[in-house]
Design a protein around this ligand. Structure first.
Ligand SMILES: O=C(COP(=O)(O)O)[C@H](O)[C@H](O)COP(=O)(O)O
Length: 323
């Protein structure tokens, strides 16, 4: 390993995030934090970095940049890197390594606890006998449904399959395994089924300072339809989904993915000059979202900026940048 080369585990994690083998904002965040702990262990043993604190720090920043560049939309990824790198301290490589490993473990613990806590808050919004509609696969959204089931409430689910990657199938299986009766539908059937639904529950990849919710493509259309049918919609999102850069006017980059996720393999030539676009996420304006459920309680989207300022101050540090 040279002084800035990422460890094999960091490269593997970055590759798995980019190819969506590791996916979903919370899962991406914990994998990134764990990869930094691995980088710290590898750098503490490598010739170039084992006895040079500055070279060790540089290798941690480089690893964070490699992870950061994988997917642009879920802010949980840079927030995880920020959390760990901001706690890197010490004047020897051994102390630096320990601080990174401790911060990584603390981050992952915090993530698990936050999800459990927000699950309780989200569950309080659900009543015995309710049917919920889901979009994509969100572990935060599932935590709300699971907590409701554990409270003894009987919950059913209508699950949108979520083209093009069909993460709805993961949700359907997870709910089935919780004992929740599941009806799987294609995305375009959502409005038809909204009349049979009491709540829509979705997750978030990022939440902007104005309360806009950035989540899997199709969330905004679902939210508008839910409002039109009078069905409440909540976003379950732990606070690592709050996007601190939006406090200073930045917008959230929407990832564009390959056309191969949309068209049948081997059909490109036959399709000819048709342009295929594949945005992975969209923005639901705050006026179409009823509540953002976090580990600190539920918020009307327009007031989330208060929590964001409290947790992140006025903006976002970039501890992975070269000094
Ligand atoms: O949009 C997605 C996943 O998109 P992708 O499959 O493209 O990563 C999820 O709703 C959020 O990431 C929240 O997930 P969680 O609640 O698990 O953090």
């Amino acid at each position: 390993m040279t002084d800035t080369e990422p460890s094999p585990a960091v490269r593997e994690t970055a590759e798995s995030i980019a190819t969506m083998e590791i996916r979903g904002a919370a899962t991406i965040a914990s994998a990134a934090a764990e990869a930094l702990a691995d980088q710290a262990a590898a750098a503490a043993e490598a010739d170039a970095t084992a006895s040079d604190p500055e070279a060790f720090r540089a290798s941690m920043r480089a690893a964070a940049r490699t992870l950061r560049e994988t997917r642009p939309t879920a802010v949980s990824l840079p927030n995880a890197l920020r959390y760990v790198l901001q706690r890197m301290e010490g004047d020897s490589v051994d102390r630096l390594r320990r601080s990174v490993v401790d911060a990584s473990e603390a981050f992952v613990d915090q993530l698990d606890r936050a999800q459990e806590d927000l699950g309780q808050v989200g569950a309080n919004r659900l009543a015995d006998g309710d049917t919920v509609m889901t979009h994509c696969h969100s572990t935060d959204a599932l935590a709300c449904i699971e907590a409701a089931v554990e409270q003894g409430k009987s919950i059913s689910a209508v699950v949108k399959e979520t083209r093009p990657r069909q993460q709805g199938h993961i949700t359907a299986e997870a709910l089935r395994d919780m004992g929740v009766p599941v009806t799987l539908i294609v995305d375009s059937a959502a409005r038809r089924y909204l009349d049979e639904v009491d709540h829509v529950v979705v997750g978030a990849d990022s939440i902007a300072a104005d309360g806009g919710v950035i989540n899997k493509i199709g969330t905004s259309g679902l939210a508008v339809n839910a409002r039109e049918r009078g069905v409440p919609i909540m976003t379950a999102a732990q606070t690592i989904k709050l996007h601190p850069e939006t406090l200073t006017g930045h917008t959230v980059e929407i990832e564009m993915r390959s056309e191969e996720e949309v068209i049948e393999p081997g059909t490109r030539e036959a399709i000819g000059e048709i342009t295929v676009e594949n945005p992975a996420f969209d923005v639901t304006p705050p006026r179409y979202m009823d509540a953002i459920v976090t580990e600190h309680g539920q918020f009307p989207p327009e007031s989330i900026v208060t929590l964001m300022r409290e947790l992140f101050g006025e903006g976002a540090a970039e501890p992975w940048a070269e000094p």
